[in-house]
Write a protein that binds this ligand. Structure first.
Ligand code: ADP
Ligand code: MG
Length: 244
């Protein structure tokens, strides 16, 4: 097996006396699609935020190519260029155009020239079907369009891994499909992804590995077949029965 990109080892996270993650252990290899499912409040966002260094782990470690990401020699911005994140609420810069949103990180963090940043922004906006909107501001776009721009902005950094935190949960139902379609294309292209989602059919179709979380722990993990067809854990069965 190829070398892991990310190794989460016995990760724990506490907010004050509230333990939110306990003994979380899994690895991500190149081109893996890992889905994280589970009820609201089970710690899925906190886990992704730890992997993106938006939260500092309380115990355990997260290794990126073998290096602990909390090591002070790791530059947070450079790390986030390699391990990018797409948020439920898009987090676009509202005062910038679509094009500006897709150029700013490339220029500030990757030190790309304006011409190069422009070229890559257009390339990735075309990929998500948003190249016609380069001069629009986020407020002029639908939720599905905003999320596609957010994905293009993340892709423009040419990350090694992309984290998605419920990318379709804030969308009207008719816009969910256009975002999942873009994500499906990224899966086919072999992008390494960790996806927190409530879209069970999507998770079953695209994932190599599925992690079911409750109350800050991994209850069960395995292949989509293991989790969706033959769950061994009662809480997994109970959770999945709500989606049938
Ligand atoms: P999920 O994404 O699975 O819904 P979260 O990771 O958002 O779960 O939250 C897990 C638990 O951690 C919840 O009880 C939540 O209230 C708590 N939590 C999340 N962020 C913070 C924070 N910054 N401070 C205190 N508690 C938090
Ligand atoms: Mg969440």
């Amino acid at each position: 097996m190829s070398e892991a990109i990310i190794q989460v080892q016995h990760l724990g996270k506490e907010f004050g006396s509230h333990s939110v993650l306990r003994d979380i252990d899994f690895s991500v290899h190149p081109q893996d699609v890992t889905s994280i499912i589970g009820p609201s409040g089970s710690g899925k966002s906190t886990l992704l935020r730890c992997i993106n260094m938006l939260e500092i782990p309380s115990t355990g470690a997260i290794l990126y190519h073998g290096t602990d990401i909390t090591d002070r020699r790791v530059n947070v911005e450079s790390y986030r260029a390699k391990v990018g994140m797409v948020f439920q609420n898009f987090n676009l810069f509202n005062n910038k155009t679509v094009l500006g949103n897709c150029m700013v990180g490339q220029m500030r963090v990757l030190k790309k020239s304006k011409e190069e940043a422009h070229r890559k922004a257009i390339f990735y906006l075309e990929k998500v079907g948003m190249a016609e909107y380069i001069n629009a501001k986020p407020r002029q776009l639908s939720g599905g369009q905003k999320q596609r721009v957010a994905i293009a902005r993340a892709l423009a950094m040419e990350p090694e891994v992309l984290l998605f935190d419920e990318p379709t949960s804030a969308l009207d139902p008719q816009m969910v499909g256009e975002v999942l379609q873009v994500m499906r294309q990224l899966v086919e292209e072999g992008l390494t992804m960790i996806i927190v989602t409530h879209e069970m059919a999507f998770a079953r179709d695209v994932s190599k590995h599925v992690i079911f979380m409750t109350d800050g722990v991994i209850e069960e993990q395995g292949t989509p077949q293991d989790i969706f067809e033959n769950p061994s854990n009662e809480r997994t069965k109970e959770f999945l029965s709500r989606f049938r």
